[in-house]
Design a protein around this ligand. Structure first.
Ligand SMILES: NC(=O)c1ccc[n+]([C@@H]2O[C@H](COP(=O)([O-])OP(=O)(O)OC[C@H]3O[C@@H](n4cnc5c(N)ncnc54)[C@H](O)[C@@H]3O)[C@@H](O)[C@H]2O)c1
Length: 237
């Protein structure tokens, strides 16, 4: 199987390859920024079920991943912005202004980072959790918008803002590069969705924050009021 396309394609084709005959080799050729810096890296494949996103999935690493940043030249601006949210996330995890690099280097740096983390933790038992920086809030906003009114890129940009604020760090890079605007969703629905986050343990929300740029910490528990206030700041009145 050769998966040539965005994250939706590499996820579905990778999952088909993972399950057909209990697994056949596949090659990923991601053609979007999201695909190149994120979706096609790390061996996770999945398809959505009516009950939720990514509910049928498998870890199945491609035998090869072919990345050509020239493919990004035809990418519409909104798709590029979606990818930049993951690029900024990677930059914050690395403590480097990766988003300022030209495309080819930016993609290379992000791939190297994600691949290294995932190869050290191929089945998501530990270190890989850092990749969820900003995503706890993002998923809550997307769910509150019924996966329609809030795009993933927009949600991740807002989630990064919340993570930086709770970390007591500068939000300048996120604001300048991603220009996130508060979204109109129901606050109670978003809060309930945050509580259902898969990283919740014994009812406590566990966050990925930064001690400093380049120094992520996982499993951080903060008082509910603080987390709720950070979430509320992302929602327009
Ligand atoms: N497996 C993982 O680890 C992982 C990580 C992140 C995201 N994902 C998944 O990836 C998906 C999102 O991926 P995406 O953002 O690439 O979206 P996508 O695959 O839906 O592609 C977005 C759009 O861009 C078009 N497109 C693709 N390449 C193009 C090109 N070179 N020029 C012009 N148009 C092009 C596509 O036809 C589509 O309309 C989601 O389903 C998400 O769940 C998976």
């Amino acid at each position: 199987v050769v998966a040539f396309g965005g994250g939706a394609t590499t996820d579905a084709a990778g999952f088909a390859a993972a399950t057909y005959l209990r697994g056949i080799p596949w090659v990923a050729v991601p053609t979007t920024l999201v695909g190149q810096v994120d979706a096609a890296i790390g061996g996770k494949t999945a398809v959505n079920l009516p009950e939720g996103k990514n509910l049928a999935g498998a870890f199945h690493w491609p035998v090869r991943t072919v990345i050509d940043p020239l493919l990004l030249q035809t990418l519409p601006e909104n798709e590029r912005r979606a990818g930049m949210a993951e690029v900024v996330k990677t930059g914050l995890l690395l403590g480097e202004a990766v988003w300022e690099l030209p495309d080819a280097e930016l993609v290379h740096r992000c791939v190297a980072y994600k691949a290294a983390v995932c190869l050290r933790d191929p089945y998501e038992r530990g270190e890989r959790e850092v990749l969820n920086l900003g995503h706890t809030f993002a998923h809550a906003l997307e769910a509150a918008g019924s996966y329609a009114s809030v795009s993933h890129g927009q949600a991740v940009a807002l989630g990064l803002l919340a993570a930086l604020r709770l970390s007591g760090l500068e939000t300048g890079a996120v604001e300048q590069v991603l220009a996130p605007e508060p979204v109109r969703v129901d606050r109670e629905v978003a809060w309930a969705a945050l509580g259902r986050d898969k990283k919740t343990r014994r009812g406590r929300i566990r966050l990925v924050l930064l001690e400093a740029p380049g120094k992520p910490v996982t499993g951080v528990e903060r008082p509910d009021e603080e987390v709720r206030a950070a979430l509320d700041e992302l929602i327009a009145d």
